[in-house]
Design a protein around this ligand. Sequence first.
Ligand code: OGA
Ligand code: MN
Length: 297
Amino acid sequence: MTRISVTPLQSSLGAEVSGIDLRQPVDDEVLAALREAWARHLVLRFRGQALSDPELLAFSRLFGELDPPGPNPYGKPFLSEFPEINVISNVKVDGVPIGNLGDGEAVWHCDMTYVERPPRAALLHALEIPPGGGDTFWSDMYLAYETLPDHTKALISGRRAIHDATYNSAGMMRKGMKEVTDPREAPGAHHPLVIAHPDTRRPALFLGRRRNSYVLGMDLAESNALLDTLWEHATRPEFTFRQEWQLHDLILWDNRCTLHRRDAFDPNASRIMHRTQIKGPAIEAFDPASAGMALES
Ligand code: OGA
Ligand code: MN
């Protein structure tokens, strides 16, 4: 029988799961333990998992229905045989990129929050890594919300923001988009700034990405000032976990209660990651009143 062990990597988020071979079938008991560890630690790391693409797909499906990648700048899936897999890479073959996001920094973001039902989870599997750089960071949005001053919690309660669809986290324009000059006109879903996590019901700050974000109903300068304050708070180092990649690491993260970003790396080095994501339900606002009643009853 498999006995997994879960070792926290940071005080708030990130844990390493060992004692499991993800190429083998996962029984219900182990799956329940993985789900529990994931809900508690938000980001799970599995080291030394040399998975084929079908094995990555099979493991990913344990967490729900696969959500196909969003439109990349090139307008067609990177792997025609496995369109559910996204490729994150700077490698070019005959001048043509084999994947997305290049070699520059990817700024803090959640994945695909410009749609009404953003993915619940994403899995990233390291197939080739540069000798240095390209570290990925996650930040804990439960903790970010909890530690906001009360007056800021009051200010953002019931407010919604625009999650711009125009640019990806590497600053590249998505296929079919045009430049946005006024964030108030940015295309993309409108989501509450504070959400109730669909599984845990805990409140989390839900920011999406900074570029072209706008808090509905505020004037633009007021919205920008508030967003700058929220982003600075949400990405404080003490809320974050830093992943220094090893070959065949697999990371599973919750896309509703974390943000992530990536460091740049040497353009002459190769970095190749295969990635899946899992469909999520519609986003719901956190309602402090009903949460309070639930606690009292
Ligand atoms: C992603 C992403 C960062 C990385 O796959 O959504 O942001 O480290 N990747 O490649
Ligand atoms: Mn991302």
